[in-house]
Every structure is written in C-alpha cells, then in structure tokens.
Design a protein around this ligand. Sequence first.
Ligand code: OAD
Length: 292
Amino acid sequence: MAGPCDSPNEVTQYNLPNVLPDMEKSLARELPGTPWDNHRMPVIADDLARALRDARFVAVLTGAGVSAESGVPTFRDALTGLWANFDPLELATPAAFRRKPKLVWDWYAGRRAQLGRVQPNPGHHAIARIEALAPSFLLATQNVDGLHARAGSRKLVELHGNIARVRCSDEPRRVVETWDDAGDGPPRCPHCGAFLRPDVVWFEESLPAHALIAAEDAARACDLLIVAGTSGEVYPAAALPQYAKAAGAIVVEVNPTATPLSALADHVLRLPSGVALPALVRAAWGEDAMRD
Ligand code: OAD
C-alpha cells in the first residue's frame, strides 16, 4: 500500500463571493442550522476547472457525506452519525449477526425502508454529469444507498455493497430477490435454509474483489480524482487518494470539514457536495452542463 503523501501541496480554499440567492435559500431550508447556511455559490479556480475539463480519465471516490443533503445520516458525525448513536460492533460485524441475527436484520431493514424514501441530490447528479462529459470515468462509492445509480451513474463500483440487495449468509454470491419478513429471525435462504443478510460489507469482512481492483486501477490511472463526502478513516477506500496522488493525479477534496486526506489534496472545496460539485461541473463545461 502506498504511504501517505508527506509533502502536502498547496491547498486551495474557496471563499464564496458570488451570491445566488435562490440556491442559498433552498440550502438553508433543507439544512437548517448547519454551518453552511450562509454559503454562496462557490467560485471555482480556473486551473481546477481547466484540469477537470482537460482530464482524459476522471475518477471519483464518495462517502456518506454525498448523501447527507438527501437526508441520509453519515456515520461519524458526532451528533447525528449512525455510529454516534449505534454501536457498529453490535450491528455491523459477522459476530454481531451470529449473536443477534434478528436485531441486525431489523436494523438494516429499517435503514432500507428509510433509504427508499429519499432522493438523489444535486451532488449525485453532478457526478453523473461528469461521467457523461469526461472521456473516461469511474466512480467508486463507499455508500450502500444506491443513490448514485438512481442519479444516472453507470460506471460505478460499490465498494461496500448495496443495502437494497439481500444474500445468503452462507453463500455470498447467492442474491435473493424476494423474501418473507414475517418470522422471528431473519428470513431463510430458499436454497440452503441459512439466514439471509444484507449484501453490505461489515467490519472484518473483505471488500468485493472486482470492485476494489477496479477502484485501485482507476486511482492509479486517472488524471484527476475527486474525493467527496468521506472522512477518509476507513481502509482500503481511504488509500485510493494516496494511490492517485502517488501516480501523479490531481486530487480534489469536497468536504465541509477537514479530513486526514485534506493534506494530500491539490484543491479543497470546503462545501457540501450538493453545492460544490454542480459548481465544478458548470465551471469546467459551461453553465448548461448540468442539463442532460
Ligand atoms: P463518515 O461518516 O465517516 O464521513 C462522512 C464525511 O462526510 C465527513 O467527513 C463529513 O464532514 C462529510 N460531509 C458531511 N456532510 C457533507 C456534505 N453535505 N457534503 C460533503 N461532505 C459532507 O462516512 P464515510 O467516510 O462514508 O462502512 O465512512 C466510510 C465507511 O465507514 C462507510 O462506508 C461505512 C462506515 O462504517 C460500512 O458500513 C462498511
């Protein structure tokens, strides 16, 4: 694994001199009380816009923050994060599922139902637009919520699985389309009788090899990597920006908060991704670029 970059490049912080009052008002409405209530449309530096427009291969790594503006809680927010309110050792490990299969199944079933009620936000749509406009592209997401695909992303690998899918707990490749949720425990696999479980990656489990290899290859081959909405605390995904940087790519971080990855980024957009990513697309490809 490549080590972290020890010589942080210049980090571009964006201040927000331009005003787009409607966008500002709608953000404030959707995110009351958040620190970015007063954010304005960002001005994207010319060299960043040019780098994105000229890149032959753009890669994007996303985490839970990209879905925050859709109303999906992140994991590590100190107040609202899932892991601030639930113990991952009780819910997101194979041992937890062995100990309390019904509790784990029900928790994921509740999250699945909650995710069925949310919609992709402008950040998801902007990433789908980058896919449409860049010559080569790959999106590697840690999110299990399926919102990228619903926004139109197709060149997509899901590093941590997808909560909408259910599989046999004994046979990882056996995905089951329908199940009966009525019993005392999780539903059973129709083929072997083992418990069914969500097709997500739990702590102590390996990532799907095909997804990880594709993401690592893209990180090493891309000209520009956008890292959006991730705390950069969970490996192996957190190593992808290091691979990209070591291979000479421009790294752009989009996150309202500093992370361990900030130091290696060439550009940092300290904004919610639903604001920063559409602005980036428009700066690179023109005002109409967010339209299909
Ligand atoms: P985290 O909860 O660790 O980090 C979310 C990041 O999103 C933080 O850095 C926030 O500052 C940032 N953020 C919040 N709102 C944002 C917004 N509107 N726009 C952009 N960024 C925003 O989530 P992940 O990094 O995705 O794994 O966590 C990685 C993995 O840890 C998850 O995939 C999950 C978890 O355990 C599994 O479940 C296997």
